[in-house]
Design a protein around this ligand. Structure first.
Ligand SMILES: Cc1cc2nc3c(=O)[nH]c(=O)nc-3n(C[C@H](O)[C@H](O)[C@H](O)COP(=O)(O)OP(=O)(O)OC[C@H]3O[C@@H](n4cnc5c(N)ncnc54)[C@H](O)[C@@H]3O)c2cc1C
Length: 412
């Protein structure tokens, strides 16, 4: 088989390269950015995806830079605890959950790619514009990022569109798809250097979109002599106001801080955390309806290009890593790449479509919505008067099952 062409050197593209290499399949990665550098803020890798990265031998490198997440905590906007559950190894999984700076994750993957596949196979500044195919192979076409100068076409056995939320390959396959679907919730994301909060490795969700929800978790430990952490946060607010999706769009604290100004809890002063941010980005909560097909002969889509989803289940990066494993297995076990790409789609399209749709209705933060509705957005005397622990645990477990991150699926 000739090389597999990977368009996009993000989390999915680099993971796929490592998995294809392990399967003995040659590949090349073409990334649009002129250099791969630290962009974004926090992402989460749940045990179903950590397992895949561990099998690539990346555990030690990841554990060094990530926070090993200990527990998930849900609070109302009055700072009252609704529900807490252990995560990853603390919940009995064989693999941990990591909360990690996206740049750190990408750097670990990139370093492994350079060592194993060779730096000459990771090309930067190559923006894929389209891909074509014939009976014997596929051809990806590129412009030089920045100048738009046409670069030589690249030929391989297949082209995999790992080119993220604004995928050129998806646009080519679905020219009439239309814009992403706005959820009605806008998000501001940031990082703040802060003292450890709660367990020091807690994934906190608090409040609800109608009045303001916050997601807060650390992504780097011991960043200074005072033992502070780099803490990632999201402010999610219901509003018709939003801009086009762009991971790097700067945000302004004035647009959302009012929602959090009385969030002074004994476990955290939320407005102080938000105000002390190093940087703030703005991003609309958008997704796209699941596609009917990803694979067209020798072309297919992977990760966000295939299934952009609301970031409400901490599953965007994880699902792209699971895609990589399935695709690499299919290409390893099936000589005809067209058949392999079809098998990959059959396995992963329905599974990820369920996650996309569940993220709209019943992701883990549905726990917050339920309590918000049942209490009429008022403090409670005891959470047991509002909802039972069994019901809360059931809501959480049901999402784990749908996303494949329940203990039984991970232990397969
Ligand atoms: C700049 C940036 C910041 C992000 N920040 C966060 C964050 O803070 N929190 C979070 O949860 N998720 C973030 N994400 C998204 C997150 O990485 C993905 O949701 C997830 O990891 C799935 O990975 P992916 O490989 O499908 O997409 P991505 O990781 O987004 O990778 C797509 C890659 O394709 C490249 N690319 C785009 N167009 C082309 C093209 N035409 N030709 C070649 N290459 C192309 C992009 O530069 C990028 O490197 C960010 C993504 C990017 C690109």
């Amino acid at each position: 088989m000739t090389d597999v062409i990977i368009a996009g050197g993000g989390i999915g593209g680099l993971t796929l390269a490592l998995m294809l290499h392990r399967a003995g399949i040659a590949c090349r990665v073409y990334e649009a950015a002129p250099e791969i550098r630290e962009v974004g803020v926090g992402v989460n890798i749940l045990p179903h995806a950590t397992r895949e990265l561990a099998e690539l031998g990346l555990m030690e490198a990841l554990a060094k830079v990530a926070v090993t997440t200990r527990d998930a905590c849900f609070y109302n906007r009055f700072g009252q605890l609704i529900y807490r559950e252990p995560l990853g190894k603390h919940a009995g999984y064989e693999w941990p959950q990591f909360s990690i700076h996206r740049g750190d994750l990408q750097a670990v993957l990139l370093e492994a790619c350079k060592q194993r596949i060779g730096p000459d196979r990771i090309l930067t500044g190559w923006r894929c514009t389209r891909a074509d195919q014939d009976g014997s192979g596929a051809t990806a076409r590129f412009n030089e990022a920045g100048t738009a100068r046409e670069l030589p076409p690249q030929r391989g056995s297949a082209v995999i569109g790992c080119d993220g939320i604004n995928s050129a390959i998806r646009r080519q396959l679905y020219p009439g798809e239309g814009p992403p679907v706005y959820s009605g919730v806008n998000m501001w994301r940031g990082v703040t250097r802060w003292r450890p909060i709660l367990s020091g490795a807690s994934f906190v969700r608090a409040g609800w979109h109608a009045t303001g929800k916050a997601v807060i978790y650390p992504i780097r430990n011991d960043i200074d002599a005072d033992g502070r952490q780099l803490v990632n946060w999201l402010a999610e607010v219901e509003t018709p106001k939003h801009q086009l999706r762009d991971w790097n769009r700067p945000g302004d604290i004035k647009d959302f801080i009012a929602r959090y100004e009385d969030w002074h809890f004994d476990w955290l002063d939320v407005p102080a955390l938000l105000e002390a941010a190093d940087m703030i980005l703005e991003y609309p909560m958008v997704d796209q309806d699941p596609l009917e097909r990803w694979t067209f002969g020798r072309l297919t889509l992977l990760g966000d290009a295939a299934h952009p989803m609301y970031p409400r289940g901490a599953n965007g990066a994880a699902q792209s890593i699971l895609d990589c494993r399935t695709l690499a297995d299919c290409l390893k076990n099936e000589r005809d790449p067209q058949v392999a790409l079809g098998q990959y789609e059959s396995a992963r399209l329905p599974a990820t479509a369920k996650v996309v749709l569940t993220n709209r209705q019943n992701p883990p933060d549905a726990i917050l919505r339920e309590v918000f509705l049942r209490t009429g957005d008022r403090p409670f005397r005891s959470i047991g008067d509002v909802i039972s622990r069994e019901e809360l645990a059931g809501m959480s477990e049901s999402y784990h099952r749908i996303s494949g991150s329940d203990r039984a699926s991970v232990a397969r």
